[in-house]
Design a protein around this ligand. Sequence first.
Ligand code: GUN
Length: 295
Amino acid sequence: MSAKIIDGKQIASDIRNELKAEVEKLKTKNIVPGLGVILVGTDAASISYVTAKEKACADIGIYSDDNRLNENTSEKDLLALIDKMNKDPKINGILVQLPLPKHIDEEKVLLAIDPVKDVDGFHPVSIGKMVTGQKAFISCTPHGVLQLLIRSGVKLEGAEVVIVGRSNIVGKPLANLLMQKSDMGNATVTVCHTRTKDIASHTKRADIVIAAAGRPNTITADMIKAGAAVIDVGINRVEDATKKRGYRLIGDVDFENVSKKAGFITPVPGGVGPMTITMLLYNTVESAKIANGLV
Ligand code: GUN
């Protein structure tokens, strides 16, 4: 058997087209969703993320207020900019690109963002609401994973889901969302991590395996059940002299062999990756609707 490839680029493009139509409709009511983006420093990966976010906003008609700050920007100045954005009615969502330089307290910065503009879903208020099943901004990568599964027709209700990885931004929120009594949940969830005794004993009985460990070959073919859906959240750089940039990107899953046994699988790149920014756009449009009393 050969797995159906879940095409993240296509699904992301479908959602972006839906959002574009929605933004056009909002514009007829004189509502323009706005995203404030803050990047501190010159980290190459962060610059490329932020550039992609700005372009994605422009593509679907979201106003974006782009702020690229010097590496030496003080915490006080950063907090002042966030405060200004909190008060700016043109801004519906605020995104501070992580990681921040070492002299800035990340926790303090995330807490400074008004939860009504927390389109990253990183604020403890957003997380608390999400865990207790209240309406909240869902952080973008977990939300993207759920959309990939739902839009590929993978049934979540009653499914045995095993998540490998317990990070605050992927494993933990995904586990909470999947166990919720909701259309995006109703699954039975197990979370494996570095101290799990026998990861394979869990993944082998899973209908859905989500790999978010940040380590290549975390999931191999002998670890999954035939026909399982396998979602790969990992992005790992491996040296590759045949590439101009000297490396290529691989996930946490042994794609070549797992794809021969799984029922569904996401590639890396082109799986979860394109969904993260898409769900950020989704949250920004939602926030604009909430701010204008439309939901
Ligand atoms: N750095 C890497 N990914 C992300 C993300 O989704 N949001 C923010 N704010 N920073 C990131």
